[in-house]
Design a protein around this ligand. Structure first.
Ligand code: EPZ
Length: 426
């Protein structure tokens, strides 16, 4: 099981490139189920979740090519025949986002058998809102030995108001509605850029969608969708992680190939912390502005402060003068990084969904354990300023969503390397 070894103390200097967004690529790959034609997606990140999605689609009968050559980072997906519309537990248990195939499968084939995704480190992660929405569109969904069995002759458009704002719930139902009979109106939708990116692909495939990126989305169902070529958005969470890396190390870092307009909440907060930010067309430069100042955050749905940046921000807050309050509104257990940060010398207390960070505290290197994707990123950020060499275990969590993470950071001066497991394997 790979580990990272990180020696703290180097300010990050230079330009670091952002890859395509994992959380855009996953629904866009699932959208290929909706047509028998080929769908080509560019700017696909080379991360493990994408490989998992490739395996999932292939297991159902899709032809999936995935290439990362210099010019590529591209996938060609052709779901001409879906011989086995089943999302098997062995795959789903490794990636909850597999539930994104539920809507497209029912819409395309009228039948779907999808393993119930278990919870994960950050919360129970139910998909009741996906199920309720599909039932409102005429699907019959039963539970059978850990699987959801879903059937529908043809889905019918529906007026649905989401009880809670759900990103993949919005995406799942949006895909299903594109082939439903009649009009669908969805309210209280997620407004994340990943929803807008998916809608852009679906429209390129012939879907009739208005309002993606707002709280109300209107879809006119069509009988068929055709293939398309689409470029995936830059990953706003990877970009935000690098911005914090530049800020926490007191460096001068240009985060390139990103979409600054997706980073508004984080940029505002970093400026409140006293960090210098220069925003370009497709890049953001972050520089130290002297001592970091404490600032509070509350995670909200987009365009609020993203929950996927909460753990990374908390690492920064340990280096800020003063007390920062971090309120996690989206997931019930997204403080797994806190105990590890405390083991590195941070002063953090938790009460319910509120963490109180008292800074500035010098961080010490330690042996720490990664628990989930963004908590892992938080520990790397802390290690970049810790005194000495930090060993991070279970970095497979990072490999799910950050492409060449250690190489990119090493390229701007970080002392970070990957260590094979105890047997010295790479
Ligand atoms: C997406 O997860 C992202 N994953 C998550 O990113 C991200 O943290 C999350 O949105 C919030 O922004 C992908 O896009 C693949 P939700 P998702 O449905 O869609 C509750 C990362 O680090 N809920 O918006 O699963 C849910 O429990 C990952 O890249 C229900 O109650 O999140 C949560 O409290 C982690 N019932 C809240 O809604 C449902 O049917 C928001 O969840 C669905 C969700």
């Amino acid at each position: 099981m790979d580990k990272f070894v990180v020696r703290g103390g180097n300010p990050l200097l230079g330009t670091i490139k952002v890859s395509g967004a994992k959380n855009s690529a996953l629904p866009c790959m699932a959208a290929a189920i909706l047509t028998e034609d080929e769908v080509i997606l560019e700017n696909i990140p080379q991360v493990n979740d994408i490989e998992t999605e490739r395996k999932l689609l292939t297991s159902m009968g899709a032809e999936v090519e995935l290439g990362y050559g210099r010019a590529q980072h591209r996938t060609h997906i052709k779901c001409a025949i879906l011989s086995d519309p089943v999302a098997k537990y062995e795959i789903v248990k490794t990636m909850r986002a597999s539930s994104l195939v539920l809507g497209p499968l029912i819409a395309r084939t009228g039948i779907a058998r999808v393993a119930m995704p278990g919870g994960c480190a950050i919360g129970g992660r139910p998909i009741d809102l996906h199920i309720n929405g599909l039932e409102a569109m005429g699907a019959t969904i039963t539970q059978d030995h850990g699987y959801l069995e879903a059937r529908a002759d043809r889905l019918k458009g529906a007026h649905i108001v989401f009880d809670k704002i759900t990103v993949t719930g919005t995406e799942d139902l949006l895909m299903a509605a594109t082939l439903a009979e009649g009009e669908s109106v969805f309210e209280n939708c997620a407004r994340e850029p990943e929803v807008t990116d998916l809608a852009a692909l679906l429209i390129a495939m012939g879907a009739k969608i208005e309002g993606a990126g707002t709280g109300t989305i209107r879809i006119q169902g069509v009988s068929k969708l055709h293939g398309a070529r689409h470029r995936i958005n830059p990953d706003r969470i990877e970009a935000g992680t690098f911005l914090i890396a530049g800020a926490i190390t007191g460096g001068d870092l240009n985060v390139d190939c990103c979409e600054p307009k997706h980073l508004g909440a984080l940029i505002t907060k970093l400026e409140q912390c006293g960090v210098k930010i220069d925003v370009g067309i497709d890049h953001v430069r972050v520089r130290s502005g002297g001592e970091l100042k404490a600032a509070d955050i509350t995670t909200e749905e987009y365009p609020g402060f993203p929950t996927d940046m909460q753990a990374q921000y908390m690492a920064l807050a340990t280096q800020a003068e003063g007390t920062s309050t971090v309120i996690e509104n989206i997931f019930e257990n997204r403080f797994m990084h806190v105990q590890e940060l405390i083991r590195m010398g941070a002063n953090i207390t938790i009460s319910g969904r509120t963490a109180t960070v008292r800074g500035k505290t010098p961080l010490q290197s330690a042996a720490v354990m990664c628990s989930d994707l963004r908590a892992s990123a938080s520990l790397v950020l802390a290690a970049l300023v810790a005194d000495g060499e930090t060993i991070l275990d279970r970095v497979y969590h990072l490999d799910r969503g950050y492409e060449h993470f250690e190489e990119k950071l090493r390229g701007v001066g970080a002392q970070i390397r990957r260590m094979g497991d105890v047997f010295g394997r790479k």
